[in-house]
Design a protein around this ligand. Structure first.
Ligand code: KG4
Ligand code: ZN
Length: 348
């Protein structure tokens, strides 16, 4: 019999619901982004985000059920992101999921948002040969995992300071480009020269699989405003802006690709997949597809809609938990940190 799971995701600034059948057939995937609400603050404001989730969550769930052509009675279970994220935001999705589960007598499944990004490769390509290396690069997290089985992975390295998306968001702010920075830097970079500015690639020690992006952001600041000059300069324009955006994006992508190569050389993997908002980046996808040192690997570049925050990845990973009988109690807690531990990262 089919397993039909309703997924709910509200951990950050996307209100999302999706229906996924048997772990990989996406019957609906509805995402409402709050970007416009937060753009003037250049980051997600937790209170504004959770209020907006409260207004949107039920209509979004109804839309997801209708688009999938199912009713609550057709569902096997309800899955929800319960970690990591902004607590107020998580609680909205969890309240909706718990109410639906209770009302319709359905099991509840709690999902880790970062693990769902890790799992995106298997959602996009269920036949992906394992073990696989997964890069998760988003606004709050940048880490590499080795997936050994669906729902099972070990973390190989993580960022020691900023996430890749955070570096792009902060870089865009310095360049006077709109939030979110990843897409606006990508757009500005289209007509730029990637080699125009010599920005640093922080690779840490020769064997490290960790990331560090804070130095890059500082280097961009000093390129724009040389040390010793206190007054802020006007944001760059024209070709200089395009060249800065292209050089900055290339530095971020270079670090990601170099670390992926290192991880693939050191750990036995048969596939490579990516997830998280930064995985939408076309330059990163092009570099991974063209890299001769990665050619032997089965490469999974999921559809960009599955890379950014969405609930299909939540429902998909929850299917694994359901098959293993790992349901959650109705008093499931919201947790700020990811499963693998580490410090909570809340965007300003
Ligand atoms: O996974 P996501 O949607 O939310 C988090 O869990 O953080 O990722 C959002 C991040 C933002 O930092 C945004 O600037 C970045 O993903 N991003 C991109 C692109 N689209 C979104 N970065 C590079 N290129 C893109 N096309
Ligand atoms: Zn995310």
């Amino acid at each position: 019999m089919s397993i039909v799971i309703l997924g709910i995701e509200t951990s950050c600034d996307e209100t999302a619901a999706a229906v996924v059948e048997n772990g990989h057939l996406v019957r609906s995937n509805i995402v409402h982004s709050q970007i416009e609400l937060h753009a003037r603050w250049r980051g997600v404001v937790p209170e504004i985000a959770s209020r907006s989730h409260t207004e949107r969550i039920l209509p979004i769930v109804e839309q997801a059920l209708a688009a999938a052509g199912v009713t609550a009675n057709d569902l096997t279970a309800v899955a929800v992101t319960h970690r990591p994220g902004m607590i107020g935001c998580l609680l909205v999705g969890m309240a909706a999921a718990k109410a639906l589960a209770w009302r319709f007598g359905l099991p509840l499944l709690g999902v880790d948002h970062v693990q769902a990004h890790v799992h995106t490769g298997l959602l996009a390509d269920p036949a992906m040969p394992l073990p696989a290396l997964a890069l998760v690069a988003s606004g709050g997290h940048t880490a590499m995992y080795r997936i050994t089985a669906p729902g099972q992975s070990e973390r190989l390295g993580t960022t020691r300071d900023d996430a890749a998306g955070e570096a792009l968001d902060k870089g865009a702010a310095l360049l006077g480009l709109p939030y979110p920075g990843g897409p606006s830097i990508e757009q500005a970079a289209l007509t730029g020269n990637r080699a125009a500015f010599d920005l640093p690639r922080t690779l840490l020690s020769a064997d490290s699989l960790d990331f560090s992006f804070s130095g890059l952001k500082t280097a961009l600041l000093y390129t724009l405003r040389p040390q010793g000059t206190a007054a802020p300069t006007a944001p760059p324009t024209g070709q200089r802006l395009a060249d800065l955006a292209a050089s900055y994006q290339e530095a971020v992508v270079d670090v990601l690709v170099t670390k992926i190569r290192r991880a693939c050389e050191r750990h036995a993997v048969r596939s490579l997949c990516i997830g998280g908002g930064v995985a939408r980046n076309r330059r990163l996808r092009e570099r991974l597809a063209d890299d001769p040192r990665l050619r032997g690997l089965h490469l999974v570049l999921p559809n960009p809609t599955l890379c950014a925050d969405n609930a299909a990845m939540i429902a998909s990973l929850a299917t694994v938990a359901w098959r293993e009988g790992r349901t959650a109690p109705l008093d499931l807690d919201a947790v700020a940190t990811p499963e693998s531990g580490g410090k909570a990262k809340v965007r300003p």
